[in-house]
Design a protein around this ligand. Sequence first.
Ligand code: G6P
Length: 373
Amino acid sequence: SASDKGGWDSFMDKEIHEDPSAVRNTLIGRFDEDGEIKLDEVHIDAEAFRQIDKIIVVACGTASYAGMVAKYAIEHWVRIPVEIELAHEFRYRDPILTPRTLVVAISQSGETMDTLMALRHAREQGSRVLAICNTQGSTIPRESDAVLYTHAGPEIAVASTKAFVAQIVAAYLLGLYLAQVKCTLYRDEIHQILDQLKQMPEKIQWVLDHEAESINDAASKMINAKSFLFLGRHVGYPVAMEGALKLKEIAYTFTEGFAAGELKHGPIALVEEGEPVVVIVPSSRGRNVLHNKVISAIEEVKARGAFTIAVAEVGDPDAEKYADIVFWRPECPTLLSPLVDVVPLQLLALDMAELKGYDVDKPRNLAKSVTVE
Ligand code: G6P
């Protein structure tokens, strides 16, 4: 059944291995073979969507990082501003909401009180709220104007894993749908992105099948580290934040995730001999300028004695050259890379927590869904 571990040591282990199916199932039935997105379940008509001129994502924890990833894609595809707001900060600062603002509440459980209060506030101010949620019939979708369900299946482990990749996919489908109704992308472009999305489950599977050993190696080498730094740029930035969150949640390691460009503005002061630094490296293909900038970040921390772990695209010669350990991931478009880049970070947190002998499914002090403000 969905609520037993089915041979895995923990629910978290099982759920990380369900990342591919979470992505696959969230795509099913949302578009036809011509690449036309069909969100018939979302009862907001196309005309209302055409009018949307701003998106505000409200969420907490992992769901907020999925929203941050989606900002990069939706702004690029739809050319409207996307803001991400932690739900508990949103309501108390008098946010600017109009009937043309779409508030997207992302929540795995659908019961997070902070997120629920934020969406109630948005609706009172006359904005439409669309929920991206993994739990049928929960409070957040019931109180929203519309819901786009993630089909990750029940998530039992407290630390969210498969729900994260499913939330990114759902938010991307929403973005592509907006691009379709607002005609900001050609039909062919949407079709191509959908084809690329369809290939992501097997790319995630490749990471699960090939990288477990080097991830475990990194975890055992760094088992006594007091802290970890995570850095990334562009979509790698929210992935770094999510990797840092996983490790603090279940391995109780002090972590910080930050934008690689910010390194020289502060965090580099933290780097001393042996400090583990995990770096999400963008693809080097297509003369991507960010690739070299992130590689120099690795060189800078390495020069100060850091133990560097890179998540990089297969065949990246610079990652191989500069990082102490590389977690490889298959080639994929930049905007889709978070779906694979996060996977080794989920496994790293799991391995670290297991090596330390912690209960990975029920970390201390945390609840799966926080139903108080
Ligand atoms: C809690 C959980 C986190 C989760 C957050 C948001 O803090 O421990 O894992 O990311 O709530 O939960 P939600 O159900 O709204 O996605």
